[in-house]
Design a protein around this ligand. Structure first.
Ligand code: 3PG
Length: 406
């Protein structure tokens, strides 16, 4: 791995005010506002438990500005408290007087959760470390924290103030999630081989197209098996789907998909059939027969067989985003089928994102996958060989604070 970083054991954090940057960004139910899974909260809980005698200030972002999942962290604090079986006090503030005074009055062993960091304008921007140190967010908090634990592996690719701004100011080390992810990825890198198969689904088209570009550039996508909304974009670009898909920036995405397929037609594998809701329940049809893309809720059986064949023949296979709406039994065949193919593949298997890790647990096959990461975009960037701002911050911190105790 060759990454030099400090861990919690390297710093004396007893009785110290510890700023713990986690990533508990969680899918939120659009109607009820409830948290739809708790994989990231469970990971964060393990790191909180590693700090039993510190004054722990838990901080995370949630959602993106303007999106329905851009919410307060109050419910997250409650769930975290249930997992660690200890009160997690929530403050609806990030660096105002209320937050600062509660941080200063935390008892040893106390846990406080700040509100959504992206409620502050600065956390939505990316900075060089020296500029991040000067943000209001970091400069107001810095006098109230004695150390920083960076554990937001899934936000490693964002140079936001709370990711890159503390390492030069207070002793900073990696938390348990970052350690686990890097150890597993290091092991995988030492054994992995081609052919490289990437299986992409889910709804975030822009992120998936970026992932494809990055993975191709790093030679990690000999085959790209597509499903979900990104699969529909490629079907449309291939002239196999009628009507609009209804996503923002659709035209731009379709053009990019067309270019990618023109550059290398063999690389991309598109659904042969899809599942929609018919009168008697699940109905499988060819993509061209679908009236509106919004009706597509899964890939069909022929696609599952075809994709499974590629997955089983892969040397290394990376899967991100579910192929269907697996929350509904009748549309879970694609997700279950591809995950079972992953579980029985002789290649090295990596699964990314909270949705798929939740599904793996549901099907009882999570112990048959080599690496399950709750990270999405950050993992793609890592696999694509990009430098990650959070890892850089940990390396700088090791250099600066390596010989001192917090
Ligand atoms: C993620 O879910 O990938 C991380 O929490 C980062 O979120 P972002 O893509 O909104 O920065």
């Amino acid at each position: 791995m060759g990454i030099k970083m400090l861990t919690i054991e390297d710093l004396d954090l007893e009785g110290k005010r510890v700023f713990l940057r986690v990533d508990i960004n969680t899918p939120i139910h659009p109607e009820t506002g409830a948290l739809m899974e708790r994989a990231r909260l469970e990971e964060a809980a393990m790191t909180v438990k590693d700090l039993p005698n510190s004054k722990v200030v838990v901080a995370s972002h949630q959602g993106r500005v303007g999106r329905p999942d851009y919410t307060s962290l109050e419910a997250h604090a409650k769930v975290l408290g249930d997992i660690i079986e200890k009160e997690v006090r929530f403050v609806p503030d990030v660096f105002g007087p209320e937050a600062l005074s509660l941080i200063d009055s935390l008892p040893d062993g106390g846990v406080l959760m700040l509100d959504n960091l992206r409620f502050t304008a600065e956390e939505n921007q990316e900075y060089k470390p020296a500029d991040a140190e000067k943000t209001h967010l970091v400069s107001r908090l810095k006098g109230h924290v004695d150390a920083c634990v960076l554990d937001a592996f899934s936000t490693s690719h964002r140079a936001s103030p709370t990711i890159v701004g503390f390492a030069g100011l207070v002793p900073t080390c990696a938390g348990r999630t970052v350690g686990r992810e890097l150890r597993m990825l290091d092991r995988i890198e030492s054994v992995e081989k081609g052919p490289y198969v990437t299986v992409l689904g889910g709804a975030k088209v822009n992120d998936r197209l970026e992932a494809i570009d990055a993975l191709i550039a790093n030679g990690r996508a000999d085959r790209v098996l597509l499903s979900g909304v990104v699969g529909l974009v490629f079907l449309k670009a291939a002239g196999k789907l009628r009507g609009d898909i209804g996503v923002d920036g659709e035209q731009k995405f379709v053009i990019r998909a067309r270019q990618l397929m023109d550059e290398d037609p063999e690389r991309f594998v598109l659904p042969l059939d899809v599942a929609t809701r018919g009168e008697g329940g699940r109905k499988e049809v060819e993509p061209w027969q679908v009236g509106s893309a919004a009706q597509v809720l899964d890939i069909g059986s022929k696609s599952i067989d075809r994709y499974s064949h590629y997955i089983k023949g892969a040397g290394t296979v990376f899967m991100s985003g579910p192929p269907g709406a697996f929350e509904w039994e009748e549309f879970s065949l694609g997700t279950e089928g591809l995950l079972r193919a992953m579980a029985s593949s002789l290649g090295t298997t990596i699964i990314s994102g909270g949705h798929l890790s939740t599904a793996l647990v549901k099907y009882g096959i999570h112990d048959q996958i080599d690496h399950i990461s709750t990270a999405g975009g950050a993992l793609v960037q890592y696999l694509a060989g990009k430098r990650l701002p959070l890892i850089d911050a940990l390396e700088r911190a090791a250099e600066k604070w390596g010989r001192s105790k917090a």
